[in-house]
Design a protein around this ligand. Sequence first.
Ligand SMILES: Nc1ncnc2c1ncn2[C@@H]1O[C@H](COP(=O)(O)OP(=O)(O)O)[C@@H](O)[C@H]1O
Ligand SMILES: [Mg+2]
Length: 221
Amino acid sequence: MIRLENITKTYELAKQEVTVLNDVSLNIFEGDFVGIMGRSGSGKSTLVNLIGFLDKKFKGTYYFEDKLVEQYTDDDLSKIRNENVGFVFQNFGLIENMTVGQNVELPLLYAGISNQEKTRLVAESLEKVGLADFVGQSVKLLSGGQRQRVAIARAIVNSPKFIIADEPTGALDSKTSVDIMQLFTDLNTTSGVTIILVTHDPNLMAHCNREIRVSDGEVVL
Ligand SMILES: Nc1ncnc2c1ncn2[C@@H]1O[C@H](COP(=O)(O)OP(=O)(O)O)[C@@H](O)[C@H]1O
Ligand SMILES: [Mg+2]
């Protein structure tokens, strides 16, 4: 599904070119649960942002479903991103003054779906993350673990081809982290959702079926 060939990414910092990804090649297949491991600053977020079509300024080739990503315009990429990728971040990224249901519905605003269908999809997503009864609740009252479940419901509501979870348990205690990892495992095994998990916690690797190790901008495993 995802094929990166010889990807190099540089930033210019104080007139110096800094290489953040250096000649990265990798494949991610449908149904994978990939763990991307590496120390802080090794380039993990840069890599997954590029995979999630958030960044198209790089050298090398990226094929998504056998199509060259560089051919797409920014508008094409927004649409492709909305239809194919669900994002889950460390700090949840929920909108505080909205309800749980309104947050989960956000990715559907672009999709031209009837209100009735939206309600059904939101309910279905919340059911999958164990928060069926929370649809009308304010997110302000939720715990960290509940917030991350809402973020995951929002990530899956569009039935994306893959989910990018960048340090999704980084702000959670260890017991809640295990619950969230179990939820990703369930989504992967029962719904077949492809998951790309970024972490620097080796304990989480047991949930993944494959590991990609990043060190100083290079894939080393
Ligand atoms: N917008 C940016 N401009 C310049 N340097 C950046 C930018 N974003 C990230 N970097 C640098 O790229 C390197 C990799 O960052 P990142 O991908 O966030 O690593 P990780 O997610 O593994 O912690 C770091 O050295 C970081 O400082
Ligand atoms: Mg990061």
